[in-house]
Design a protein around this ligand. Structure first.
Ligand code: AP5
Length: 212
């Protein structure tokens, strides 16, 4: 099964993707994670991506489409994949339709107020990438990852100025994909406003949408 996760920054795509990936045994492909890894390794793509990401802007389509195409050619995608954060523009969606057939697009929805709270409280492990939240999903020891004991950090683009820009960019450039996929009859809307204690309900809604 080939799945796309669509939704505003901070709606919880990465959090749900980890669970969906385990249930369906398909790789989670996050363009944000690929770029952050490239930045860490100081590659050419990483250096280019950083200048856009820190400002909350999208990395240019040609760069992003190329890395996704290369990633989807890998063996672990033969039995399905889940794209988290791609496509984010109509041009990317058109390019994806030439690369692979998409079975379902899950559109996660929550109000801006909830999104801003989730983004401003998010902390991620600098070693393994595990996602936490200072109130909603706190680590057992403040500032330390429960899994690998790595240091928890705040993403540069989770600072207030970048959050506002990212939400604007989402509304202008990415939200039009909702109608784009509705027209193709492959979009399922998932209520992601439920609190983290009800994450199992969110995942159960995802399973219903994928198995209907
Ligand atoms: P990317 O890394 O994809 O960021 P994003 O889409 O902005 O999404 P986030 O990672 O911010 O949020 P999420 O929805 O995964 O939420 P999470 O699970 O962490 O992209 C970063 C940048 O890379 C972009 O701005 C762009 O520059 C570039 N880029 C990436 N892809 C690109 C593309 N295709 N084209 C061009 N540029 C691209 O959850 C958020 C917080 O909420 C966490 O703290 C979590 O613990 C908490 N939480 C989650 N669910 C719940 C819940 N139900 N209740 C309470 N708390 C919750």
């Amino acid at each position: 099964m080939n799945i796309v996760l669509l939704g505003s920054p901070g709606v919880g795509k990465g959090t749900y993707a980890e669970k969906i990936s385990k249930i369906y045994s398909i790789p989670q492909i996050s363009t944000g994670d690929i770029f952050r890894e490239a930045i860490k390794n100081e590659t050419k793509v990483g250096l280019e991506a950083k200048s856009y990401m820190d400002k909350g802007e999208l990395v240019p389509d040609e760069v992003t489409i190329k890395i996704v195409k290369e990633r989807l050619e890998k063996d672990d995608c033969k039995n399905g994949f889940m794209l988290d954060g791609f496509p984010r523009t109509i041009a990317q969606a058109d390019a994806l339709s030439e690369i692979s057939k998409i079975d379902k697009v899950l559109s996660f929805v929550a109000d801006d107020e909830i999104i801003i709270d989730r983004l401003s409280g998010r902390r991620v492990c600098s070693e393994c990438g595990r996602i936490f939240h200072v109130k909603n999903i706190p680590p057992k020891i403040e500032g330390i990852c429960d899994i690998c004991e790595g240091k928890l950090i705040q993403r540069e683009d989770d600072k207030p100025e970048s959050i506002k820009k990212r939400l604007d960019v989402y509304k202008k450039q990415t939200a039009p994909l909702i109608d784009y996929y509705k027209e193709k009859n492959i979009l399922a809307e998932i209520d992601a406003s439920k609190p983290i204690e009800k994450v199992d309900e969110i995942i159960s809604d995802v399973r219903k949408a994928l198995e209907e």
